[in-house]
Design a protein around this ligand. Structure first.
Ligand code: AMP
Ligand code: ZN
Length: 432
């Protein structure tokens, strides 16, 4: 029978032993990191317990930027074999260096994630994430090859070619951003392709950007695949940090490679499991560029309960957004995902939307532009009016702000082939 785990011993390691391993690896990490200019005087030689980690200051994205190019590198630069950079969703990009061993470890983690969702050697994996400095391309690529699947380095964009590749190679597994998957479906419709009927897709990895459970369900229905949430960030390698198992209920974050903390983003206080806050991660295996107590900016919580799949590594919840994504609309706090949740739960709503915020006098105004399904758009005007009211009512109830809703034609909003831009905040440029 097919084995169930990529690495059963590590994935199901008893919690006590897992924590002992973490302490041992944390001390190795401290010793390595001390060789970098940035950490030299910032961290102790060693700690006696994991709790002592809390006495070490956080590392921020700004620290990474300031230590460019080699301030955080802990090995001789000749040992480095790869550089990646974050996509710069917020401000200037940050740069991460890897040694050969780092790349091997990363590939193994990704293979572990893929295997956990059911991918096997005989699968055909089409990677529709950008190849290049962005980690979504090469990161999954090496993991998939390590697992042994036939790997198609399709990269992002060129939708017609993506569809052709899927057909020609009988692709069974895809890696794609949720926003691009929504868009790609509309292209398939235009091409007369019904993915459930004409393609062999079984599994999708969706990640690199926040999205909602409603979007996952919608995509699973449209494509007929099982979609798994994939979380990662360049600073911690990229994809492969946390992934859903077949239970699809929270993402196992690999605690043999990372220490998890969740903090109050304002006070920095460490929160208990179950409490929502900003995820802070420490690398345990990194050679080239160890990072200690990195503030990811991502809002999540740790599940206190163990998972029935038998893996002992704790799960984090779907990322609600980044702490800097939070919008304040006339004093009400709001994450764009709360709007997406409402929109993607309404069947008449199409596959794309855009949130624009501006100021009218002293008040903030939120405009939600929503693409409508083609059959509704071409139908009765009264249906469109009703739909608009339905969206406004549901947003008022669930998000507590009254938006201005504009229904637009299918395929008329800016399309995403990578990470989507969901919000345009014009308030800053309106300030005088
Ligand atoms: P980058 O380093 O450019 O790949 O960007 C990493 C960031 O993308 C993370 O810090 C998250 O904000 C976001 N991200 C990645 N995967 C997910 C996911 N599955 N859900 C929500 N946000 C994600
Ligand atoms: Zn599980």
């Amino acid at each position: 029978m097919d084995r169930e785990f990529w690495n059963k011993e590590i994935e199901t390691l008893d919690r006590k032993r897992l924590e002992e391993l973490q302490l041992e690896r944390l001390n190795d990490t401290l010793a390595r990191a001390k060789k970098s200019e940035f950490y030299r005087n910032r961290i102790p030689e060693r700690v006696e317990s994991l709790a002592e980690l809390q006495d070490i200051p956080f590392t921020t994205k700004d620290d990474l930027r300031k230590s460019f190019p080699f301030g955080m590198v802990a090995v001789d630069p000749s040992e480095l074999v790869r550089v990646h950079s974050s996509s710069g969703t917020t401000g200037q990009a940050t740069v991460i260096y890897h040694t050969r061993k780092d790349i091997e470890n990363w590939a193994d983690l990704v293979a572990r994630c893929m295997y956990m969702t059911g991918v096997r050697k005989n699968d055909v994996f089409q990677n529709m994430m950008g190849y290049g400095l962005f980690t979504g391309g090469l990161g999954l690529h090496y993991g998939s090859e390590k697992l042994g699947s036939l790997t198609i380095p399709a990269s992002s964009g060129n939708s017609k070619r993506q569809i052709m590749l899927m057909k020609n190679f009988n692709t069974t597994v895809v890696h794609i951003t949720p926003s691009y998957a929504l868009h790609l479906y509309t292209i398939m419709l235009d091409e007369g392709i019904d993915p459930r009927r004409d393609l062999k897709l079984k599994i999708a990895f969706l990640g690199a950007e926040p999205y909602t459970e409603e979007t996952r369900k919608r995509l699973e229905e449209l494509y007929g695949f099982d979609a798994f949430n994939s979380y990662g960030l360049s600073e911690m390698n990229g994809p492969g940090v946390a992934f859903e198992c077949r239970n699809k209920d929270g993402m196992h974050l690999w605690e043999d490679h990372y220490i998890i903390e969740v903090i109050d983003p304002v006070t920095g206080e460490v929160l208990r499991d179950g409490e929502e806050g900003e995820l802070v991660l420490t690398t345990l295996m990194r050679e080239g560029m160890p990072i200690i107590r990195y503030r990811t900016g991502d809002i999540t919580r740790v599940y206190p309960e163990p998972c029935s799949c038998g893996r002992t590594h704790r799960r984090i919840s779907r990322i609600k957004g980044r702490s800097d994504d939070m919008l304040i609309i006339n004093g009400v706090n709001l994450y764009p995902m709360q709007i997406e949740k409402v929109l993607m739960g309404i069947p008449e709503v199409g596959n794309n939307y855009l949130i624009e915020i501006d100021k009218v006098g002293y008040l903030d105004r939120i405009n939600v532009k929503v693409e409508v399904r083609p059959e509704i758009f071409k139908g009765d005007v009264r249906d469109l009016e009703n739909l608009k009211h339905k969206i406004i009512e549901e947003l008022k109830t669930n998000v507590l702000v009254k938006p201005h809703v504009i229904l637009v034609e299918p395929n008329s909003l800016p399309k995403s082939e990578g990470k989507a831009v969901r919000v345009i905040d014009k308030r800053k440029s309106q300030e005088v």
